[in-house]
Design a protein around this ligand. Structure first.
Ligand SMILES: *Cc1c(COP(=O)(O)O)cnc(C)c1O
Length: 382
């Protein structure tokens, strides 16, 4: 099956009881057992739920993996992976990651004895150099949040394999429609399903996918033991979102390319980050491992923070909000919003300046979006 077909059918057979074409929301905490120890495979919803199972199977299929696990949030799924590190484990983390991933490592896992080295996602050698005897995990995002840098997934997978280190990729920004890290050598893929997979800014969720049976067993044990599972209703909403993922991603990308070209030429823009532009240093790498460049753009606005405030206050369609990947266009100021959990000097070290804004391009008519940006970037007036 090809991607669009899997998105609609994988894990989503008609309901065996009624024939319902859509997987029902099994809104139940528990399941009747005919006799002690005799049940239909489900005992308690933290451990397993048919709606969640359908979502997990669908996600596994879309990522080209064998096993999926759904969590209550992207961060909960991330914690499940970091938990594999153990007390004295060392992780090499890409320097440009989601603020909450950084916070989880620094404020939750470090106090338990985990050590962290941040490496340059654009230079595989910095990962190799950072390897220690107790290195258990390489963790990256690509494209990264918010600077849209591209990491070499195949190159990092090779190092991880050679050194027997787990390699996990946060695939939230690309979505499985544009990038499938397991097929490029990663061991684990993470998603914040909150974003493109659900796609309508109406829930918070996370997921992991792997093809390794032992890894799956360990992560599944943690999922049940720590208990950060999504509600059946939220699983159903993600499943519903997934059905249109391919269609939405194509529109997100088409609009993003158009707006990136417009912004790149605009005199009020100091610098633009979009992997689909010829000027982007990671473009060739992206072409080799992605099937599209996605719907996220970051720009630095001339005139510092004051100009950013003015620009954002004049926008009518782009909503100022955290998050991304929904059908509506959003704009965010990473320094004060998505990355406020990084101290200012850490932020600046990572190139997240005070005049940087991140745009999640929605699937509205692109002419309306362009007009909105044009108007907000205009000189003078109000
Ligand atoms: C949002 C996000 C997360 C965290 O996911 P939540 O669902 O908010 O917990 C992790 N990684 C990336 C790249 C994200 O954008």
């Amino acid at each position: 099956m090809r991607f669009e077909t899997k998105a609609i059918h994988a894990g989503q057979n008609p309901d065996p009881l009624t024939g319902a074409v859509t997987v029902p929301v099994y809104q139940t905490s528990t399941y009747h057992q005919e006799a002690i120890g005799r049940h239909k495979g489900y005992e308690y919803t933290r451990t397993g739920n048919p709606t969640r199972k359908a979502l997990e199977d669908a996600l596994a299929s879309l990522e080209g993996g064998k096993y999926g696990l759904a969590f209550a949030s992207g961060v909960a799924a991330t914690a499940a992976v970091f938990n594999l590190l153990g007390k004295d484990g060392h992780v090499i983390c890409g320097g440009d990651v989601y603020g909450g991933t950084y916070r989880l490592l620094e404020k939750v896992f470090k106090p338990w004895g985990v050590t962290v080295t941040y490496a340059d996602v654009e230079d595989v050698r910095t990962f190799r150099k950072a390897i220690r005897k107790n290195t258990r995990l390489i963790w990256i995002e690509t494209p990264t949040n918010p600077l849209l840098k591209i990491a070499d997934i195949r190159g990092l997978a090779e190092i991880a394999r050679e050194k027997h280190i787990l390699f996990a990729v946060d695939n939230t920004f690309a979505s499985p429609y544009f990038q499938r890290p397991l097929t490029l050598g990663a061991d684990i893929v993470l998603h914040s399903t909150t974003k493109y997979l659900a796609g309508h800014s109406d829930l918070v969720g996370g997921a992991l996918v792997t093809s390794d049976a032992k890894l799956y067993e360990d992560l599944k044990f943690y999922q049940n033991a720590a208990g950060a599972v999504p509600a059946p209703w939220d699983c159903w909403l993600v499943l519903r979102g997934i059905k249109t993922l391919a269609v939405r991603m194509r529109e997100h990308e088409k609009n993003a390319l158009c707006l990136a070209e417009f912004l790149a030429e605009h005199p009020a823009v100091e610098r633009i980050y979009y992997p689909g532009l010829k000027t982007h240093p990671g473009r060739e790498l992206a072409r080799g491992q992605m099937e599209g460049f996605g719907g996220m753009i970051s720009v630095e606005i001339k005139g510092g923070f004051a100009a950013v405030e003015r620009f954002i206050s004049r926008l009518k369609l782009f909503l100022l909000a955290e998050s991304l990947g929904g059908v509506e266009s959003l704009i965010c100021h990473p320094a004060r919003m998505s990355h406020s959990s990084l101290p200012r000097e850490e932020r600046l070290k990572r190139g997240i300046k005070d005049n940087l804004v991140r745009i999640s391009v929605g699937i509205e008519n692109v002419l309306d979006l362009k007009e909105d940006l044009k108007n907000a970037l205009k000189k003078g007036g109000r």
